[in-house]
Design a protein around this ligand. Structure first.
Ligand SMILES: *[C@@H]1O[C@H](CO)[C@@H](O)[C@H](O)[C@H]1NC(C)=O
Ligand SMILES: *[C@@H]1O[C@H](CO)[C@@H](O)[C@H](O)[C@H]1NC(C)=O
Ligand SMILES: *[C@@H]1O[C@H](CO)[C@@H](O)[C@H](O)[C@H]1NC(C)=O
Ligand SMILES: *[C@@H]1O[C@H](CO)[C@@H](O)[C@H](O)[C@H]1NC(C)=O
Length: 741
């Protein structure tokens, strides 16, 4: 063996020795066995077991699969069943001096530190048994005076949701007396504790400072919820923990007892390093299913419920994003409820186009007169009937722009999971962080951080709406869940899920898309979306602003200049052009053009160089158009004519002009009453018309190869005397604004 190898060998064996020594210490020291009672599995139990596993606790679950006989613990006394299950379940540990038994509840408990830390803390008590404590004396208030005094900042009364002690003593305690399943377990332990002889016999102490156990009822803090609370989350680097500021302790076993389930679920998102400042969410990727290598035929079946319950802007886009989800369509059953007559054609056309691609389509139309609640319940029933593996509800306000969205949601593997969808530029979202006493919206401390993606992860929340994926195994138990005498269907639905102790998660691990705002949607136009620039500016921009718009804003980009001081920009989409023309033709009130200088639409009643046109205000688009000038055009103007800028741009003459050989084919040379003029081509030369264009006389320069959706910008007066060239065939449309007259 070479010298180097020797050294390595030596180091390795030293390492082994240390491990060996360390190992034996642990073995010779006392062990901790955790026991809990859980008759059925739910997300609460899974959360508990995960945290136990993370911190090295060995858990024995008692009563699993048995019928719970201990009463409704939420509503009042009970829980004797727990003690009776313990009597039997911990018998095997009887008499063991080397073993610590720790009992905890499970559905509302998480561990936040290791068994070694817990051991250290327990030893400091110098007790045989330690019970958790809280500030409420329950179930017998009158026992309060019999409790030993404690300092003001400590908790005085016994809580039976957590205790730890030597196995020998715990076994003796649970076997001390007979108790009925329906009797109260807390009362049982309380009476033992308050009996001085017994207390001393087993050397029982209460964890009044929350060294080990923290019962949260009445003490949980939070900026917005309970500013008076003294227990709150703390973060240090990659660690998260709960800190009791009154006693200065960092308890290990956290118990969300009492009516704070929702808040407990919230803080449990963070506990056990679930989310930390430096690492973000480390547990979010756990349990992922990978679909990448799954053959299309083997994908899980999904029933997608498309719910169109109100007139909805950008419905075509909504449907397009559903169609574009990357998922084998043969594995998808579509259930569509369109309650809105206005959308009948859009929806029918869409379904007609895709009907052969999906496994099945179920279409309820406006004329079917099905209510929202009925339709939603039917969708669930349909899913159950088909034994669907997933139920994916998508309300029409959800724009699932991430086309891998459904795929990722399934891979995330949570029983109920909503992709976070917010309204752009707003704090409105499809989930609530907390509930008030009446079960309605309350903001949580972390709502803003999550909505704004400062914190990203998977969040257990009390309410989700709009778009959510439900695992098929849960669906049969949700039938009828949307029905409730007082609550909205989505609130009723979430209430049922909460009562099943199933967690609802919202995910902002990915950008799934956003929500449109259907309020104030004007449905009186031919193309209603065109008028949504105020209500849904983000969607409007996506649909109507040319994808190359922002190229012109780059200071290094040389603007096309077809004639001196005449600039050219891509600005709107084909959709915009087509719909604006269509709105104008639908309105039909074209002015007389060259045959009439009289124009009642103008303050002067006289137009000097009349065209065949319709003004924006005639179709109710003036306000929208001025906003468009302010948001989109003025930025381009600053690029074209540096140093000139009026905010907002002023414009009274905004109109669409129609040139036709048989109507008005050209416009004689003129100045515009503007500082600068914009002129957007709404259709295509040599396709929709022949001839046409604009000639700047001073420069003898014409722009004829105009491009649909592109805008010309030129000075209005003095230098840019111009004319509209002959349109020789077809119809040419342009959109014109005289800016800053
Ligand atoms: C999905 O998550 C559950 C726990 O919630 C886990 O038991 C299961 O194994 C996961 N499925 C896969 C395929 O990983
Ligand atoms: C935007 O520019 C790219 C690259 O020049 C081009 O391929 C694309 O067609 C343009 N889009 C539109 C709508 O003109
Ligand atoms: C413009 O070009 C210059 C020189 O090439 C470069 O340093 C600068 O970053 C560019 N600016 C932008 C906005 O691209
Ligand atoms: C203007 O330009 C056209 C062709 O570009 C040319 O035929 C014509 O002679 C020019 N007119 C004047 C006045 O320069």
């Amino acid at each position: 063996m070479s010298r180097e190898n020797m050294q390595t060998f030596f180091r390795l064996s030293m390492f082994g020795l240390v491990l060996f020594w360390f190992g034996t210490t642990v073995v010779s020291c006392t062990d901790i066995q955790v026991v809990t009672v859980a008759t059925h599995a739910n997300d609460g139990l899974r959360r508990y077991m995960k945290s136990a596993q993370k911190y090295g606790f060995d858990v024995k679950v008692l009563g699993f699969g048995q019928k719970w006989d201990g009463g409704d613990m939420e509503k009042g006394i009970g829980g004797g069943h727990k003690i009776n299950l313990m009597k039997e379940g911990i018998e095997e540990f009887a008499g063991r001096e080397d073993l610590l038994l720790m009992f905890t509840d499970s559905y509302d408990v998480v561990f936040t530190n290791t068994d070694e830390e817990l051991m250290k803390k327990f030893k400091k008590f110098d007790a045989r048994v330690v019970f958790s404590a809280e500030g409420f004396c329950w179930p017998r208030h009158e026992y309060a005076a019999r409790y030993p005094e404690v300092k003001a900042q400590e908790s005085r009364f016994l809580n039976s949701g957590g205790f730890i002690g030597y196995a020998k003593d715990i076994v003796e305690i649970v076997n001390h007396k007979v108790i009925g399943n329906q009797d109260d377990d807390q009362l049982y332990y309380t009476e033992i504790f308050l009996d001085k002889t017994l207390r001393e016999k087993w050397n029982i102490k209460l964890d009044t400072k929350s060294e080990i156990f923290q019962n949260l009822h009445g003490v949980l803090g939070g900026r917005e919820i309970r500013p008076s609370g003294n227990v709150d989350l703390k973060f240090v680097g990659s660690r998260s923990y709960l800190y009791n500021s009154k006693t200065g302790t960092t308890p290990i076993v956290i118990h969300g007892n009492g009516p704070i389930k929702v808040e407990f679920n919230r803080i449990a998102n963070y506990l056990g390093d679930g989310w930390t400042q430096s690492m973000g969410c480390q547990s979010c990727g756990q349990d992922f299913i990978i679909l990448r290598d799954v053959k299309p035929d083997d994908f899980p079946t999904v029933l997608i419920a498309l719910m169109i319950e109100q007139p909805t802007p950008f419905l075509n886009e909504f449907l397009g994003h559903i169609r574009d989800q990357i998922y084998p369509k043969q594995k998808i059953d579509l259930f569509v409820h369109n309650k809105v007559k206005l959308h009948d054609k859009t929806v029918s056309d869409f379904l007609e186009n895709v009907k052969d691609e999906y496994h099945s389509i179920n279409h309820l139309r406006a004329d079917d007169q099905v209510t929202e609640v009925q339709a939603r319940n039917w969708a669930l029933e349909e899913c159950a009937k088909r034994k669907c593996q997933y139920f994916f509800n998508v309300d029409s306000t959800s724009q699932l722009r991430h086309h891998g969205g459904l795929h990722i949601l399934i891979e995330t593997n949570r029983t109920v999971l909503a992709p976070m969808l917010t309204r752009p530029y707003k704090l409105w979202s499809n989930w609530w962080g907390n509930l008030n006493k009446n079960g309605f919206y309350a903001r949580s401390d972390d709502y803003m951080d999550i909505v704004q993606n400062t914190k990203m992860g998977l969040w257990n929340v009390p309410f989700i709406t709009g778009t959510y994926l439900v695992h098929g195994s849960l669906v049969p138990s949700l039938l009828g869940a949307y029905t409730h005498p007082d609550l909205d269907p989505d609130m009723a639905f979430c209430k049922v899920i909460r009562e099943k102790e199933t967690f609802m998660f919202v995910s902002n691990m990915f950008m799934y898309g956003h929500q449109t705002d259907p309020d104030n949607y004007e449905t009186t136009h031919k193309h209603n979306d065109l008028f949504e620039i105020f209500n849904n500016p983000w969607d409007w921009e996506l649909k109507y602003i040319n994808e190359n718009y922002s190229i012109s804003l780059d200071p290094n980009y040389t603007l096309p200049e077809p004639c001196p001081d005449v600039f050219w920009f891509p600005i709107v989409t084909d959709d915009f052009c087509d719909q604006l023309i269509s709105e104008m033709e639908n309105h039909g009130g074209w002015s007389g053009g060259r045959n009439s200088h009289k124009d009642d639409r103008l303050a002067t009643g006289y137009e000097n160089v009349p065209t065949v046109d319709i003004h924006m205000n005639q179709i109710g688009f003036e306000r929208h158009w001025l906003h468009f000038l302010k948001i989109y055009v003025s930025k381009l103007q600053q690029r074209a004519y540096e140093g000139y800028f009026h905010d907002p741009p002023h414009a009274i003459m905004n109109f669409v002009v129609r040139y036709r050989p048989e109507e008005q084919p050209f416009l004689r040379p003129h100045h515009d009453s503007s500082t600068f003029t914009i002129n957007v081509a709404l259709n295509t030369p040599n396709v929709d018309f022949e001839g046409g264009g604009c000639r700047f006389i001073r420069y003898n320069c014409s722009v004829q190869s105009t491009k649909k959706g592109w805008m010309l910008m030129h000075p209005g007066r003095l230098t840019h005397y111009h004319e509209g060239l002959h349109t020789t065939k077809g119809t040419r449309y342009i959109m014109v604004s005289f800016i800053d007259p």
